[in-house]
Design a protein around this ligand. Structure first.
Ligand code: UGA
Length: 441
C-alpha cells in the first residue's frame, strides 16, 4: 500500500521504516529540511538500535523516501499518518498545534478519498478536531471528499522501538468506519500473523487506551517507588519485596523496578495530560496527581541520600555520574532523572564528571560548556579523582564494575546506586559505603 507519514520523530520514523520493511511504499514528510536531507543521505537523527541499517536498506530499495513536499506526499498516500509531536503546554495539556497544522495541510492538498490516521499521543476528542479541521479546509476549497480519521496509538518503547513495531503485542484501531478498518487491517496484515492482534474499537476509546496504558505503567513505577521509600524507613529491602510480589501473575514482573524516577518523552507528559483532560471533564484525577507527585519526589531521592551521607554538604566534591539518558539504549534525556540530580549537585556546589554511552552529545547540547561539568569519554575517566559515584541509568556496562578498583579510586569510598544494580553486601565487602533505592535492610 502507499503510505504517507507526517513527522520523522521516534514514532514517525520507526513506523515508516517498519511499514517499508514489510513491503509498503512509504513517504515520510517533515518540515525540517536539514533532517530530511540527512535522512535521504542515511543520517539518522536519533539513536535507536537496529534502525539505521533498516532505514538505509529500505531507502536504497526505493520503498522509503523522505521529503519536505507535503502536497506531493499527500498525493502519494492511500493512508496518511499524523505522527508529529504533542509537547506539553504550560498547563500540562497536550499542545495540538503540530497535529492540527498537519490536518490543515492535508485539507489543503488532498485530492481523493484517504484514511487519516492519528498515531501521535493525543487527548480524547482530537480525532474530531482533526476531522473538523480537514473538513474546514475542504470547504474553503469548495471541495467535497470522503475521508476517515482513525485513532491508531503507538505503543513502542525507545531503545526497543524497532522490535516493538515489528512485533506488536496489540494493534489498537479506533474508527467508526468499516472501510477504514478494512484498509488498516490490510496495512497491518504483515504484523498480524499467528494470532489476532488487532483490537478494534471506537475512536475515543482508542485515544483513551493510549493514555490508560502509559498511566498504568507509570502508576506501577510510582507505587514501587513509594514502597521503596517505606522499605528504606522500616529496614526492609525493596528488592526482596519486588521478588516477593512479581511472581503473582496479577502483579507481574514488568515495571515494578524502583529507581530514580521515570522520565522520557511519554510518561511524565502523558500522566499530566490525562490529569488535565480528567479535570476538563469534571473528574478529579487523585491517583494520577499522586503518581506524578511521587515521581517528582523520587527524582530528588538520590540527592537526599547524598545529603544523608555527607552531612556537611557536597560543596567542593567531585561526583562521578554514570548514565545521563532517561533509560538505557537511547540518547534521549527528556525529563531524565539525571537532569534533576545534576541541577541539585550544581546548586549545592559540587562538580560533576559524567559518562553516558550515547547521550554525551545531547548533554553537551542541553548543558553547554560549564566549569562544573566534565563529560567523559569512558566510565573510568568519570571516576578519576572523584569523591563518590552515582549510577543514574542502568546501561549494561555499569552492571558489574570492579568494586575493589572503585574502592581504591573513589576518595570518599561511596556508591549511590539509583537503579539497584548491585548487591549491597558485595559493594560493602570491597570497602565501599552503599546506598540503593529502598534498601534499608
Ligand atoms: C513508554 C511506554 O513503555 C511505551 O509502551 C509507550 O509506547 C511509550 O512510552 C510512548 O508513549 O511513546 P518509553 O518512554 O520509551 O516507553 O520508556 P519506558 O521503557 O516505558 O521507560 C520509561 C521510564 O520508566 C524510564 O525512565 C525508566 O527508567 C522508568 N522505569 C521503567 C522504571 O523506573 N521502573 C520500571 O520498572 C520500568
Amino acid at each position: 500500500m502507499r503510505v504517507t507519514i507526517f513527522g520523522t520523530g521516534y514514532v514517525g520514523l520507526v513506523t515508516g521504516t517498519c511499514l517499508a520493511e514489510v513491503g509498503h511504499d512509504v513517504i515520510c514528510v517533515d518540515i525540517d529540511n536539514a533532517k530530511v536531507e540527512g535522512l535521504n543521505r542515511g543520517v539518522i537523527p536519533i539513536y535507536e538500535p537496529g534502525l539505521e541499517s533498516m532505514v538505509k536498506a529500505n531507502h536504497a530499495s526505493g520503498r522509503l523516501n523522505f521529503t519536505t513536499d507535503a502536497a506531493a506526499a499527500i498525493e502519494h498516500g492511500d493512508v496518511v499518518f499524523i505522527a508529529v509531536g504533542t509537547p506539553p503546554d504550560e498547563d500540562g495539556s497536550a499542545d495540538l498545534k503540530y497535529v492540527l497544522a498537519v490536518a490543515r495541510t492535508i485539507g489543503q492538498h488532498v485530492q481523493r478519498a484517504v484514511v487519516v490516521v492519528n498515531k501521535s499521543t493525543v487527548p480524547v476528542g482530537t480525532a474530531d478536531k482533526v476531522r473538523a479541521t480537514i473538513a474546514q479546509e475542504l470547504a474553503n476549497r469548495r471541495t467535497t471528499l470522503v475521508f476517515d480519521v482513525v485513532s491508531n496509538p503507538e505503543f513502542l518503547k525507545e531503545g526497543d522501538a524497532v522490535n516493538d513495531c515489528m512485533r506488536p503485542d496489540r494493534i489498537v484501531i479506533g474508527t467508526d468506519s468499516a472501510q477504514a478498518l478494512e484498509k488498516l487491517k490490510r496495512l497491518y496484515a504483515p504484523f498480524n500473523r499467528n494470532h489476532e492482534r488487532i483490537v478494534a474499537m471506537d475512536v475515543r476509546s482508542a485515544e483513551l487506551t493510549k493514555y490508560a496504558a502509559n498511566a498504568m505503567l507509570a502508576t506501577k513505577i510510582s507505587f514501587m517507588n513509594e514502597m521503596a521509600c517505606i522499605a528504606e524507613q522500616v529496614g526492609a529491602d525493596i528488592e526482596h519485596v519486588r521478588q516477593g510480589i512479581g511472581s503473582d501473575p496479577r502483579i507481574g514482573w514488568h515495571f515494578i523496578y524502583p529507581g530514580a524516577g521515570y522520565g522520557g518523552s511519554c510518561f511524565p507528559k502523558d500522566v499530566q495530560a490525562l490529569a488535565w483532560t480528567a479535570q476538563q471533564y469534571g473528574c478529579n484525577p487523585r491517583l494520577l496527581d499522586a503518581v506524578e507527585a511521587v515521581n517528582a519526589a523520587q527524582k530528588q531521592h538520590l540527592f537526599e541520600l547524598m545529603q544523608r551521607h555527607f552531612p556537611d554538604g557536597v560543596a567542593g566534591k567531585t561526583v562521578a555520574v554514570w548514565g545521563l539518558s532517561f533509560k538505557p539504549n537511547t540518547d534521549d534525556m527528556r525529563a531524565a532523572s539525571s537532569r534533576t540530580l545534576l541541577a541539585q549537585l550544581w546548586e549545592a556546589g559540587a562538580r560533576v564528571q559524567a559518562f553516558d554511552p550515547e547521550a554525551t552529545q545531547e548533554a553537551r547540547r542541553i548543558f553547554g560548556t560549564r566549569d562544573d561539568l566534565h563529560l567523559c569519554a569512558t566510565a573510568s575517566e568519570a571516576l578519576q579523582d572523584a569523591d563518590a559515584l552515582v549510577v543514574v541509568t542502568e546501561w549494561k556496562q555499569f552492571r558489574s564494575p570492579d568494586f575493589g578498583k572503585l574502592a581504591r579510586t573513589l576518595k570518599d569510598k561511596v556508591v549511590f546506586d539509583g537503579r539497584n544494580l548491585y548487591d549491597p553486601a558485595e559493594v560493602e565487602a570491597a570497602g565501599l559505603a552503599y546506598y540503593g533505592i529502598g534498601r534499608g535492610r
